[in-house]
Each structure stands twice: as C-alpha cells, then as structure tokens.
Design a protein around this ligand. Structure first.
Ligand SMILES: Nc1ncnc2c1ncn2[C@@H]1O[C@H](COP(=O)(O)OP(=O)(O)O)[C@@H](O)[C@H]1O
Ligand SMILES: [Mg+2]
Length: 261
C-alpha cells in the first residue's frame, strides 16, 4: 500500500499548495486523482517521487509511506528502486534520442539482462515502438510519445506507477488505447495512481477516485459512486451539454456545495 497522509506542501517557502491531502493506493488498484488545473495533482506526485526540491517545493507536514515505512525523506532514485515509477506531465522523453535509447534510460539502474527483458516487454506491449525502435523519439506522434514515456517508466518493473495526465493532448482514438494499456499494466501486477482531467476515462477504469480542489480532497469515493454522483456528472463529466466538463463552473459548484470546502 502506498499512502499519503495529511500532506502539506509549500513552494518557495511561501506558496502553500497542498493543505492536508490524504490518499491511499492499495496494492493491485487503479486510483484516480481528479481535479481542475492548478488543484495540486502534479504536486502530490512530486511529493511521492521525491522531486519536490527540484521545483523549490517542500513537505511541511504529513507523510508519504510505502507498506507503512516513511519514504518522504528518501532521494528520488531510491524511491524508484523502492518500486515507484512515474510518467511526468507532458511526456518528458528525450526527443533527440531513439526510441530504444529512451527505453534503456528507464532501465539504467537495472542489470544488462533485465534491460533486455524490459525491452522485450515494452515492445510486446507497444508494437508501435518496436517498429520504430531506431527512430528519433521527437518525431513520434503525441500518443506514441506518451506510450514511450509509459514504456520507459515500466522498464524498472515498478510495483506502483504514477501517471500524470496521460490523455492530455492525445487524439480520442489513442486515449482509448492508452486506457486499455493502463488496464493491462494493472493486470500485469502494477498498481496505478492515475492523475487525469479526463474524468470519464479515469473513472471508467479506476477502483477508487479522489477529487482535489485548491489543495484539498473534496471527494473520496469508490469510482462507481463518483460516476453516479450528480455533481461529478454535471461538473466533471459534463453530461449537461458542456462537453469539457464545466471546470469553469467550479465557482458555482462551490456555492452549491459549500459543505465541501
Ligand atoms: N515550482 C513551483 N513554484 C511555485 N508554484 C508552483 C510550482 N509548481 C506548481 N505551483 C503552483 O501550485 C499549484 C498547483 O500546481 P500543480 O500541482 O501543478 O496542479 P495540477 O497538477 O493540479 O494542475 C498551482 O497554483 C501552481 O501554479
Ligand atoms: Mg498537473
């Protein structure tokens, strides 16, 4: 179990972005972390992977633990070794490297045999990458780059993988493929924390979901309950004629749901 408890995070010692966030990712699960732009979703992932300091951020309160042991003071490479992989926002691949070089970079801590096995696994899961293994990564389509970023994170055979908005900027048809891949990754034994603004996609595969707004968890429910929740349907899934999920109606949402904040 991966656990975040009462987490508070501050950037540059002044800007408090997380105000007591608690999230659990049980072994074997897909957990969705939803919420509008700026809510603090990426910050939660940075706190888990030890990358806050790179962004002049700091945990001021709370803890992150893996199977009950605190990991919030561990350095990023050790967190990867402990079994937590991540795909950052905006698929940060090495654009000038080939597909295969990118994948190998994800397995840099592994032995040679493990790298070969990791490549086989990645190419089996993403045939499109196998076809382009010698191609420069920067020339791949958005969806292919996202697959490469995911394949790279899986090279370390993580127990947990954190995905930051994999569907962002990806064509709808490819979003379906990514969705199926996330299910497959989970079935292969990796637990998933899925950050998404695409609530429809995320809730269609998640077991549990959290909604984050301005640094606080305002909803914490099984995914099927979130799918059935009228406010979620209205404001995040956009089932009232507003195709983008009405995130700009958050103010109205708050007014109507004061008890949430
Ligand atoms: N390095 C940083 N320094 C200062 N503020 C930051 C930094 N990174 C993010 N923020 C701010 O923290 C808030 C949450 O950001 P983020 O975690 O990226 O949200 P989300 O991923 O939900 O869009 C935003 O207001 C953002 O501007
Ligand atoms: Mg983000």
């Amino acid at each position: 179990m991966l656990t975040v408890e009462n987490l508070e995070v501050v950037y540059e010692d002044v800007i408090q972005v997380l105000k007591g966030v608690s999230i659990q990712v049980p072994d074997g699960s897909i957990v969705a972390l939803l919420g509008p732009n700026g809510a603090g979703k990426t910050t939660v992932l940075r706190a888990i992977t030890g990358l806050l300091d790179v962004h002049r951020g700091r945990i001021t309160k709370g803890r992150v633990s893996l199977d009950g042991a605190a990991i919030e003071s561990m350095a990023a490479p050790h967190i990867v070794k402990a079994g937590i992989g991540q795909v950052m926002e905006g698929r940060r691949i090495f654009r000038e490297f080939t597909v295969e070089e990118n994948l190998k970079a994800g397995g840099h801590t592994a032995a040679r045999a493990d790298i070969a096995e990791g490549l086989d696994r990645a190419y089996a899961m993403f045939p499109v990458l196998a076809e382009r293994r010698k191609q420069t990564a920067g020339y791949l389509s958005g969806g292919e780059q996202q697959m490469l970023a995911i394949g790279r994170a899986l090279m370390s055979k993580p127990r947990y993988v954190l995905l930051d908005e994999p569907s962002l900027g990806v064509a709808p048809k490819i979003v379906q493929q990514l969705r199926d891949l996330i299910v497959q990754i989970n079935e292969d034994g990796t637990s998933v924390l899925l950050v998404e603004q695409n609530a429809t996609m995320a809730l269609s595969i998640a077991t549990h979901g959290y909604v984050l707004e301005t640094g606080r968890v305002v909803m914490d429910k099984p995914a099927d309950e979130l799918r059935a929740d009228d406010d979620i349907r209205e404001f995040y899934l956009g089932l009232r004629g507003d195709e983008r999920g009405s995130l700009r109606d958050v103010k109205q949402y708050r007014r109507r749901k004061r008890w949430l904040s």
